[in-house]
Design a protein. Structure first.
Ligand code: ZN
Ligand code: ZN
Length: 345
């Protein structure tokens, strides 16, 4: 079958042929119907330190945000059958560690990530994954929406962690797809004002289309002063940091109001130097971090929000490509001139 991924180290993206995956006793084989490119895939496109650290070998198929149909199940699979429509959860938990057994499976200490630590990802007509990471979706959710449930779930997990109160001023730093999803969710969570920041006009325009109240291009305007100006000097009640830029990490702490909340979601490539005494302690800030989705609380909530049309995931989707167009698709996303880019394998 045709696939997108890597056959060797180094920058770039390749389209190549690979054998269809084998199905183990705990696995399901899935006919992939839609799969989105993630910022994580760009690490392999550039072949940086992250790619070196998460390299299961070659050839490897990239892609981890997807939906499709179950076409074969392993002998021990109990909850899924051929014909079920599923979306992929990327956390592959060990199911036996302390965290797996205490409701925190998504931060399992033996965690593997589908499409990152596995040879078969979802940028191909077929992929294989353990039963526990294939989440059944209802017929009312399209394959394209299904492919976006994984990144949407990160935004929802962050919003649940932020616990937005009615009337809160919320800043979401970063207008990538997860930022845009978080902005939609902040609006429906009762925020009186949602402010977004980014460096790319293309993405700020997507954010405006979603209906945020204020956008800030941090290349032209100091976001901390602007947030203070918009809040009569008070600062934001909630800041959700999704850009992963070191400067934005510091600014997130500075733009939060006294006793406000800051949730970190974006991953930085290098450590950030912060002044815990002045930036957190004297301000009595509540600071937390989240990663991925809670298995499976986030999924139940996400599916209901999409199914009942409370959120529209397609607002964030801007491009669709065939597998052969992978180089074009990656280039577009890398330039920041796209929202979510999907492959239809
Ligand atoms: Zn992802
Ligand atoms: Zn575990």
């Amino acid at each position: 079958m045709k696939a997108i991924g890597k056959t060797k180290k180094g920058p770039g993206i390749e389209v190549f042929d690979i054998a269809e995956p084998e199905v183990g006793p705990e696995d399901v084989l899935v006919r992939v119907r839609a799969s989105a490119i993630c910022g994580t895939d760009l690490h392999y496109y550039h072949w940086d330190g992250y790619a070196e650290r998460h390299n299961p070998g070659f050839p490897r198929v990239l892609g981890h945000e997807f939906s499709g149909d179950v076409v074969k199940v392993g002998d021990n699979v109990k909850t899924l059958k051929v014909g079920d429509r599923i979306a992929g959860e990327t956390h592959i938990p060990c199911k036996v560690c302390y965290l797996c057994n205490t409701g925190r499976m998504h931060i399992c200490k033996n965690m593997k990530i589908f499409g990152v630590d596995t040879l078969y990802g979802s940028f191909a007509p077929y992929t294989v994954l353990p039963e526990i990471t294939a989440v059944k979706i209802p017929d009312s959710i399209t394959y394209e929406e299904g492919a976006l449930l994984e990144p949407f779930g990160v935004a929802l997990h962050a919003i649940c962690e932020a616990n937005i109160g009615p009337g809160d001023v919320v800043v979401i730093t970063g207008c990538g797809p997860i930022g845009l999803f978080a902005q939609q969710l902040a609006k429906i969570s009762g925020a009186s004002m949602v402010i977004s920041t980014d460096t790319k006009e293309y993405r700020l325009n997507l954010s405006k289309r979603i209906g945020v109240d204020e956008t800030i291009n941090v290349l032209n305007v100091d976001p901390v002063s602007r947030v203070r100006e918009l809040t009569d000097g008070k600062g934001a009640d909630v800041v959700i940091e999704l850009s992963g830029a070191n400067v934005a990490v510091k600014q997130a702490l500075d733009m939060a109001a006294l006793n406000g909340k800051v949730v970190f979601v974006g991953t930085t490539q290098k450590p950030t130097e912060i002044d815990t005494t002045n930036q957190i302690l004297y301000k009595e800030l509540k600071v937390s971090g989240i990663t991925g989705r809670i298995m499976f609380d986030t999924w139940y909530r996400s599916i209901k929000l999409v199914q009942n049309k409370i959120v529209d995931l397609t607002q964030v989707m801007t491009h669709k490509f065939a597998l052969d167009d992978a180089p074009k698709a990656f280039e577009l996303l890398d330039k920041g001139e796209a929202g979510k880019v999907l492959f239809i394998p």
